[in-house]
Design a protein around this ligand. Structure first.
Ligand code: IMP
Ligand code: MG
Length: 212
């Protein structure tokens, strides 16, 4: 069988192993799964420019570490840090609370940074979305317990109407209404993180996955 990277193929990308995606993958193209786009790429990057400038101004010449909460905030964190023109360090923490649905489950901290990355450091804890607030609240407390000198927080999206614990983020890019959103790192059942924009999923897509 010809290798799928064979550039001599007339219909590049539709080789024998990877036939035309509309017949091979019923979900393609992903844009059909989105009801409406809330923030497009251009608006997102403009919003991140603004927040990156606020963060840069706040820390001044003080050293700090960006702690990105996986998996959701990896896209946001990578755009954010490239707009902060000072030396900084990067660490990751993994938390899961959502399973395959759209309602909050029990929060599990899957891994934390090593103590030497936290102790005595100024931290900027970054997440994709602040919803009930449980994730950010719990991780911030954990980092303080590990000896962080200072913990500020920064979220890409904020849904203040859903808050279940008292928690506000120091920085946020956009506020959103009470709507389940995907894209730009945010997932539904593990999918859609790769969308370059933020959108609301079509109802049929939820229903199909949740009853499967
Ligand atoms: P919280 O602990 O309720 O604040 O939830 C935070 C986590 O829930 C986020 O890191 C997301 O992974 C997930 N989450 C909350 N709302 C949404 C949403 O609208 N779309 C996708 N994920 C969400
Ligand atoms: Mg998630």
């Amino acid at each position: 069988m010809a290798a799928c990277g064979d550039v001599s193929k007339k219909h590049f990308g539709h080789c024998a192993r990877h036939p035309h995606p509309t017949t091979q993958y019923p979900g393609y193209p992903v844009k059909n799964h989105i009801e409406r786009v809330l923030f497009d790429e251009h608006e997102i990057l403009k919003g991140i420019d603004r927040v990156a400038a606020e963060v840069t101004a706040c820390y001044g010449s003080e050293e700090f570490t960006v702690v990105s909460i996986l998996k959701g905030s990896c896209v946001f964190a990578s755009d954010l840090i490239r707009r902060i023109p000072v030396p900084l360090e990067l660490a990751f923490v993994a938390a899961s609370s959502y399973g395959d649905g759209t309602t909050s489950g029990e929060l599990k901290l899957n891994f934390l940074p090593a103590e030497h990355e936290i102790e005595g450091r100024n931290l900027l804890l970054v997440d994709d979305i602040l919803d009930t607030g449980r994730t950010m609240h719990a991780i911030k407390q954990e980092l303080i317990k590990m000896g962080a000198a200072n913990v500020q927080t920064c979220v890409f999206l904020d849904k203040p109407s859903r808050r279940a614990v008292e928690f506000e983020s120091d920085y946020r890019v956009f506020e959103v209404e009470d709507l389940f959103v995907v894209g730009y790192g945010l997932d539904f059942a593990g999918r859609y993180r790769n969308l370059p924009y933020v959108g609301a999923l079509r109802e049929e897509i939820y229903a199909e996955t949740l009853t499967r």
